[in-house]
Design a protein. Structure first.
Length: 608
């Protein structure tokens, strides 16, 4: 959520900044703004709504300049208005700030600053930063930022301009990501590498409580205490084609169809058929501790939490570990009595999810071995864990996660296989998992061919205002994920339940206007699921069933059927989730919703 772009160099800053903002639109926002320095004056523009509204203003004004900052805001303190949009200025209008994060003690600081004569123009917590830096400024902008931020409690990723320093930008972070990009005679920065992809592949990640000073083609880093930091740029493969929709009408649909390739990338080089085991290089350094582990806690949020729920079943099946799955937002506030040989696995698509990062740090503080499963190389979780795995799903632009989710499921199955084979999982069982995984990409392609038929189903059900999703065992987390997708992008109220809970309350909701989507592959829980379907049918509920191809027994019991290929029970969720993604997508399109940027949501939740 929120986005920052900064540029200092020899090219036109406004065009580069606006391009960067467009590439950050997927993160979620409700207003935007830009500031560009041109010799002794600053151009500032703000707009509510889409970046296109700001772009129109900038195009009409045609500002010039080679140094600038820009921002997309997701409202927290204060409504989404032009006055509350970033950048925010000091009293004299010479210093400008954009900010991601939350200043927790802003009210105390604001009262103190007002008493000292500072005038505020917005409702935001961010404006406090402009006045704090103004008060600390004595000719040295980086020093002023260092001093000001020492008074701040909370999280921040900031970019600061000052008219007295037209070829300098100061960046800082604590808990909110900032990445620098270095090019020939120019330096960029952003809250997400997506904004840098068109300009450079040389990046540097700021750590917490660090300040970076940018100049054309160069940068320096210090701590808030002014200790020098040496950090070299690293080369990142952004996968630039991922930032374009191609022939697809939406990024989400493109990313749904990219899943077979994403899974092939996730599996590449990681299957050892000779030993019927997975090869995960990111875990090799901690394998001795993993082999001694007895307790696994998985922490995550949102879609990644549902991947964690799936992992609980898989690890319990393939290993002898005791497994818990926790919402990261609750984990750190509990009294943690971590057992000896506890492993904490953090799952996050972005690697920057604030609650998951906080839970990870708490577990690390308590002495647990920490692992990460993330998609973004170099992200905070990747850097702070003892070991981990990258999904290699490629850049995901759509707010509603699709290919990252199925990549997570794939890697979690491989991790469980690795640990299982180090314990008592047999060669035959391990080999069966590997064979099943190799089939998944092509089987997924077969499911994707049903997109036109699933669109027809969406035409039938997209006017429903309520939906129930049910599944058992491995399919229960997939039911949760399917319901979430329908809520996220089609704005249809959807509930998901373990099917065994039907008689404990949810069945009271069933009537002809409340359809059910049931996940019913032919697995050991099949007959139990059939009983649940009969209960719904007896109450005149409409039923869409996702089941294994060739299963004709369900047809008389349900209204509509979607078929998936047959695979190992542990891996079937990788196939059942695809129709649910397509169903949600087509419902959203038919209802006229903004598929890639659903209201009120952000791609990466970097504040708690």
């Amino acid at each position: 959520m929120c986005g920052i772009v900064a540029y200092v160099g020899s090219r036109s800053a406004p065009s580069i900044l606006m391009d960067g903002l467009k590439r950050l639109e997927y993160r979620g926002y409700d207003s935007s703004g830009i500031a560009v320095l041109d010799s002794d004056k600053a151009y500032v523009a703000r707009a509510v709504g889409k970046v296109a509204a700001l772009e129109q203003k900038v195009a009409a004004d045609r500002p010039e300049g080679w140094t600038g900052i820009a921002h997309t805001r997701w409202a927290t303190h204060g409504k989404p208005t032009e006055a509350n949009a970033h950048p925010h200025a000091d009293c004299a209008g010479r210093l400008l700030v954009v900010h991601n994060g939350i200043i927790e003690n802003y009210q105390t600081l604001k009262r103190r600053l007002i008493a000292q004569g500072h005038t505020f123009r917005s409702e935001t917590d961010t404006e406090v930063l402009a006045h704090l830096i103004e008060r600390a400024y004595a000719g040295d902008l980086p020093a002023a930022v260092q001093r000001a931020l020492q008074e701040v409690e909370g999280t921040f990723g900031i970019a600061v301009l000052h008219l007295a320093h037209p070829r300098q930008i100061v960046m800082a972070r604590r808990g909110s990501p900032i990445v620098l990009g270095v090019g020939e005679g120019e330096t960029l920065a952003a809250s997400d590498v997506a904004a840098l992809a068109q300009h450079t592949d040389q990046v540097v990640y700021l750590e917490d409580n660090e300040v970076a000073t940018l100049s054309p083609g160069d940068f320096s880093i210090t701590t808030l205490a002014n200790q020098a930091v040496t950090r070299r740029a690293t080369t990142i493969d952004f996968g630039r084609a991922a930032a374009e929709r191609g022939d697809f009408p939406h990024f989400m649909l493109k990313e749904i169809f990219e899943q077979p390739e994403a899974l092939e990338n996730a599996l590449r080089g990681r299957l050892n058929h000779a030993e019927a085991v997975a090869k995960l290089g990111g875990l090799e350094a901690v394998m001795d501790r993993l082999e001694q582990a007895r307790h696994l806690i998985i922490v995550s949020c949102g879609t990644s939490y549902y991947a964690g729920l799936y992992a609980r079943y898989v690890f319990e099946t393939l290993t002898d570990l005791t497994v818990e799955t926790e919402l990261a937002s609750e984990f750190r506030y509990r009294k943690l009595n971590l057992r000896q040989n506890t492993v904490v696995l953090a799952i996050s698509q972005s690697g920057e999810t604030a609650d998951t990062l906080a839970a990870l740090r708490e577990a690390k503080r308590k002495g647990a071995l920490t692992l990460g499963l993330v998609n973004v190389v170099g992200s905070s979780i990747a850097r702070e864990t003892h070991g981990g795995i990258y999904c290699h799903a490629g850049m995901e632009i759509g707010v509603a996660s699709t290919k990252s989710f199925t990549s997570q499921l794939t890697l979690l199955a491989l991790m469980a296989l690795l640990l299982g084979r180090a314990r008592d999982l047999s060669y035959e069982e391990g080999a069966a998992i590997l064979r099943g995984l190799e089939k998944i990409p092509d089987q997924m392609r077969e499911v994707l061919k049903q997109s036109p038929a699933i669109r027809q189903l969406a035409e039938k059900y997209s006017t429903a205002e309520h939906f129930l999703y049910i599944g058992r065992k491995y399919q229960y987390p997939i039911a949760l994920e399917g319901a979430l997708k329908l809520k996220e992008i089609a704005y249809i109220h959807a509930e998901a339940y373990a099917a065994g809970e039907m008689k404990h309350g949810p069945i009271a909701l069933i009537d002809p206007s409340f359809p059910t989507l049931a996940l019913v592959p032919e697995d050991p829980s099949y007959e139990k699921m059939v009983s649940n379907i009969q209960e719904i049918r007896a109450r005149d509920g409409k039923i869409v069933a996702v089941t294994t191809e060739g299963n004709s027994k369900l047809r008389p019991m349900v209204d509509d059927t979607i078929f998936i290929p047959r695979n190992h029970e542990v891996l079937t969720p990788l196939l059942t989730v695809v129709p649910l993604q397509l169903f949600a997508y087509h419902c959203a399109v038919l209802r006229g919703c903004d598929v890639d940027q659903p209201r009120n949501l952000a791609k990466s939740v970097t504040v708690e």
